[in-house]
Design a protein around this ligand. Structure first.
Ligand SMILES: [Zn+2]
Length: 98
């Protein structure tokens, strides 16, 4: 579903509201931290995790779609996993962490 890909508005459910999409001059998007984003985020099992740090506009290659982008990373309190938020495939990709 790419129905909103050319709009500036980020649907609130995207990235659980942690990030919002910002259009770039080349037609791609980058992810910026949402100014009123949540402090908790559910993991794939529905467990609510407290967000520790949010990195935005981070250059990375998505583990899911393998496209480079300016995405976002989220780390959590008392949980070593990381999340990569991809501006290309619009997914949250859970990483095992360090
Ligand atoms: Zn991706």
């Amino acid at each position: 579903m790419r129905a909103v890909s050319r709009q500036d508005a980020t649907p609130p459910e995207l990235y659980h509201g942690v990030f919002r999409l910002e259009p770039l001059a080349n037609g791609e998007h980058q992810l910026a931290r949402h100014p009123s984003g949540p402090t908790m985020m559910p993991d794939p099992h529905g467990r609510l995790l407290r967000i520790a740090t949010v990195d935005s506009k981070a250059s990375a290659i998505c583990p899911s779609c393998e496209r480079p982008g300016q995405g976002g990373f989220v780390s959590f309190v008392q949980d070593l996993r990381l999340v990569y938020a991809c501006p290309s495939c619009r997914q949250l990709v859970w990483l095992p962490g360090a």
